[in-house]
Design a protein. Sequence first.
Lengths: 293, 290
Amino acid sequence: VSARWRTVGVFYLFALPFAALTIVFGLWPIALSVITSFTESSTALRTDPVYVGLANYTAVLADPVFHASLWRTTLYTLLSVLANLAFALGVALLLHSPLIGYGKTFFKVAIFLPVVTPDVAGYAVWRWLYDQSFGAINAALALLAMPRFGGIAAQSTAMLALLVAELWHHAGFYVVIFLANLAILDRAVEEAAEIDGATPRQKLWHVILPQLRPSLVVNGVYAIIQFLKTFTVVVVMTKGGPADSTNFVSYYAWQMFDQGRYGEATAMATVLFAIVAVVAMTAYRFGQRGERT
Amino acid sequence: MTGAASPDRHYAGALPRPVAVAFAYGGAALISILFLYPFWWMLLGAFRSAEAVLTAPLRLWPETLDWRGFASLASVGGISIWRYVVNSVVITLASTAVGVMITGLGAYAIVRRPDLPGFGLLRAGFLLAMMYPYMLLVIPAYIVMFKLGLLGSYAGLILFLALGPLQFFLFEQFFRTIPREVIEAATIDGAGEFQIFRRIVLPMAMPIVATVTIITFLLNWAQWFPVMVVSRGPETFTLPVALINLSGELGVNFQGIMALASATTIPVVIVFLTAQKRVMQGMADGAVKG
């Protein structure tokens, strides 16, 4: 028994700190969050909270601001995922093309640098780049004789402004994943297509893109989760404004919490988690199924 | 630069090759410039007075090196900038060291003996915790910290930042590549599990440990929300949190914001540039596994 314990015990010893952290800072807070979502906000932090059943959930689901926020988050996620993947795929194909030889590493590093830049710092700079009087963007547009860009100051452009700033921060990550996939493409298939006289466009659609499926799935799932949870950029640049035009679900939930409405805030957190989990699983399954056929 | 100029990759487009090359380089250069410009504008903003930026936002070189932006940082939110710098360095380094050790050991145990009771559950629990929207996990984590008496302590911050999904996936992926035969041979030679780990697994794992360490450092340096929420006051704030506070202050100190953004960014840029290949490769690997 003791010899067996010696081999097995080592592994439990190794796993113990990891398990402790996972439970204390992962599972316990999640459980607390779920429990809090069933309590009355003003009593949530007391030792004997008043349980109100699903009241917080019905309140949240009936809240028109939450509906608007959820719809806005969905729209933003959709646009961001498409913009980021299309842009990153374009850049990756460009950098992978035989036309780019020397300098490839430089281009890659330049596009990846914003990924490791602390998001708070990057977005603080973007907030001022968009500024109507300080900002370089409107100055540059004026120089090119183009109309002004409202940036984060106008309701109609605030979401686009955040999308661009977030693309700057995230796209390099997706580029690197596409490039990793492109590096293992089957050259033989590509050459066969060339010999058969395929045009570059045909080659892209029928030879390269199908082989990029794994990275499209990975990037797609990552991007969906990433943008559904959009938070920091809102805190730094818009605080949900102007007029709620960038008030996404994470930020709205955080505002609720900040106002001491713990029950509603945690109910919203649970709803968002359910959405993230379902969407991520579906996207993943969808990708997996496609791979097998 | 691998494969960049390999002879087997030839060009078969419609345009003459030199024209196509010019277009390709032009496009790549334009994108790179657009991506790097915010960094340059940030540095310029840190070294130019707000009035100067207001008159000529697009100027590409500072009139004079104006250090007033950095000087204004002597105290942010009533606390010396050096306190934030020290906090950033200490919290990032400590959470990285603790995180790499704990995650590495945990992943090793789970990969080697997935059959042991509880390990499957542990992995699933970890993945669940990592999928939970982070900013919403921080909120109940505040309550947990309060209950454990860790609120506002360095220990609480360091432990909270220690775990991350990318780190776990990188380790898990690596440990799966260790051939069973290597370990079985050592077992036959009479080595115990602890010796196997120290003498065989650990030396093999050094490259992945280095990769995970650098990536964790970069990720944890940027953390701000947990630090802000779990702190009791600015005494444990890091540079990004100080930047959030400075941006939120009334009476905008544009030059100070740019100076603080620069101070927050420069350390990670240096770390990244010295290890760019490892970082990009590691992040791609970690993501593809997850």
